[in-house]
Design a protein around this ligand. Sequence first.
Ligand SMILES: Cc1cc2nc3c(=O)[nH]c(=O)nc-3n(C[C@H](O)[C@H](O)[C@H](O)COP(=O)(O)OP(=O)(O)OC[C@H]3O[C@@H](n4cnc5c(N)ncnc54)[C@H](O)[C@@H]3O)c2cc1C
Length: 398
Amino acid sequence: MTVAAPARTRPALLPPHELDALCARVRAFIDEQAIPREDYSRIHDVEWLDTVTRELRALAQAQGLIAPQLPIEAGGMGLCWQDCARVFEECGRSFIGAGALGCAAPDQPNIDTLMHLAAPSQQAQWLAPLMAGEIRSAFAMTEPSPGVGSDPRMLSTRARRDGDDWILDGHKWFTSGAVGAAFAIVVARSDEGASWFIVDTRNPGWKLIRAIPSIDPFSNGGHGEVMLENCRVSADALIGEAGKGFDYAQLRLEGARLFHCMRGIGLAARAIEIAQDYAVRRDSFGAKLSEHQQMQAMVADSHIDLYACRLMTADVARRLDAGESIRHTSSMAKVFVSEALNRVADRAAQMTGAIGMCQDQPIALIAQRLRPFRIYDGASEVHRAAIGKRIFQRGGRA
Ligand SMILES: Cc1cc2nc3c(=O)[nH]c(=O)nc-3n(C[C@H](O)[C@H](O)[C@H](O)COP(=O)(O)OP(=O)(O)OC[C@H]3O[C@@H](n4cnc5c(N)ncnc54)[C@H](O)[C@@H]3O)c2cc1C
């Protein structure tokens, strides 16, 4: 059964000069408020990160720079996705910029999904405080082997009915944002098929085991490993219809992977800017590094990559604004952009020598932050397999 894509038609584009002015304000905010607060000795300190994010969020709110993607009536800036692409790139330049502007994963794609799927009572209880930045959320699908990873059919967390309630049992991991989240969207297998549930993290059946020590820095709420043990939730915890969980997951992922592209471009662009700055100052073999052709080639290739990333991202955003399905195009963009941004970060690290290998400068951390992007929201190999299969099914058309 396929779920019809929700009506995601967005507001009109801002006039170019207004968008440029807005992006300049966001860039100034990121340069003056967010980047100076990045503390490279606290890359996995989730409490500190929550504190600094709250502080920054209040500053962004005061400057009218909060939630670019949310409708104005929901307290946001009411931008279309094409305009969001530019603004997300600006705030994505800082590890903590998207959190500051209320557009970081997993909350932002959770909000986007719940706006379309959640019942009014769920929206009042969970979505409204999430949009206001009063709480954080998580999305729990992936499980350790032999559970679900790349292959959704391997979902092993169970949901069984008990009277009007549901009981969830299973083992989740890499649940981003889990530490300190108020609720999680849990994907579990019921008799009807995969189903989505809202689980209050104060539920005694939700057991956060640990924050997994992953390589990416500054992740709000870390990446949790969680046991669901006899986790009883009431009937109104079910999101949408039982059995439609994979369709919902697909819808969430289509947008989520595009939004990651938007933010990631900003971070990779910052890495190559830092590397360029180093190259114009550093001498080697009687010349500035920037005068060596191989350095120029690395800069050129990085900007070619960034240019292509921006164009692909903008095109998928345009399709999303128009209410078109982005299943195929967001998949293609995700593969290209995640790999291209990793090439950019790797070149920036190479260009800066030892500095690019340490945490005095953000380049190594940017590379660490971008590396998992080739895996989460579908590994490149899985996307390639789906893209290729689809093209043959369409008789060779991309
Ligand atoms: C930083 C980070 C954050 C994450 N956040 C979340 C989250 O918030 N919520 C959540 O539910 N999950 C999250 N994940 C999990 C992520 O979605 C999974 O890691 C991803 O789906 C891959 O699953 P897996 O790790 O089990 O890898 P596996 O399925 O074991 O695959 C391992 C590798 O095998 C290859 N592979 C797999 N299938 C194929 C194929 N068909 N053809 C060729 N090669 C293949 C790929 O290279 C893949 O990377 C996160 C992961 C990371 C690293």
